[in-house]
Design a protein around this ligand. Structure first.
Ligand code: CUA
Length: 256
């Protein structure tokens, strides 16, 4: 050390000191402040609607969907201290996502999912703005998170209703599920709808055929023309419309 000039030694010590401070700051922010680096999640299908999911113990998951020119969900109420996993996706173009007063600053990229975690330890209204120019309505694109004062509980979160498949609506409308199950449970008057589409069946007249669109249409319009073996020709003809038949066909395809 004695061969090193004094000035260089000083520089060396200052540099080492600064590096230790930076390192300590990183360790401190991760371990004490819980700051995490925003990250892009792979292997997750981007969602097509916004949602708040309460996971218990003050933990929440919010799926934010950015779209021209709004965020879904627009207003979220949370209790004080809520620890939130934020997942962000876009329906159309690239949007920005910044929660004022926090270190959450993400990009909403179509087809991708971004993630950040934040804990709200102060009550108040947190504004969310889009900070990426995304078209003529960009300046109106905002949302907010309302963090309630201590002891106040947010309104219970009502899970978004999943819209029922139109084919299932038709099946219910005509009472088909009185005789056909949709979950594969046996013992119905008629065969279960589950796994029916695309299967090769033997009919009571001895012929075989595939359960396809044509067969389903025939079986709705003239129910007892081709009855699957093991069942009785007791299905009534119902005034199902063409669009409803198409919906039912599409629905049966989903019951694999
Ligand atoms: Cu979205 Cu600007």
């Amino acid at each position: 050390m004695s061969q090193i000039p004094k000035t260089e030694r000083t520089v060396l010590f200052v540099a080492l000191g600064l590096m230790s401070i930076f390192l300590a700051a990183i360790v401190y922010s991760v371990s004490k402040l819980g700051l995490t680096v925003p990250s892009c999640i792979s292997g997750v299908k981007p969602f097509d609607r916004g949602e708040v999911i309460e996971k218990g113990n003050g933990q929440y998951e919010i799926h934010y969907l950015a779209k021209m020119w709004a965020f879904e969900p627009e207003v979220v109420e949370l209790p004080l201290g809520a620890k939130v996993d934020i997942y962000l996706s876009s329906k159309d173009v690239t949007h920005g996502f910044n929660i004022h007063g926090t270190n959450v600053n993400l990009m909403a990229v179509p087809g991708a999912m971004n993630y950040a975690q934040v804990t709200f330890s102060k009550p108040g209204e947190y504004l969310i703005v889009c900070h990426e120019y995304c078209g003529s309505g960009h300046q109106n694109m905002g949302a907010s998170i309302r963090v309630l004062p201590e002891g106040q509980a947010p309104k219970p979160i009502v899970p978004l209703a999943v819209e029922e498949h139109k084919g299932l609506q038709a099946i219910k409308k005509y009472g088909c599920i009185a005789c056909h199950t949709i979950d594969g449970a046996p013992g119905g008057v008629g065969p279960t709808y589950k796994g029916m589409y695309g299967r090769t069946e033997t009919f009571t007249d001895g012929t075989t055929g595939v359960v396809d669109e044509a067969w389903i249409r025939t079986s709705i319009v003239k129910p007892n023309a081709k009855v699957i073996q093991g069942y009785n020709p007791v299905m009534p003809a119902l005034p199902v419309t063409e669009p409803e038949i198409a919906d039912i066909v599409e629905y049966l395809k989903t019951l694999k």
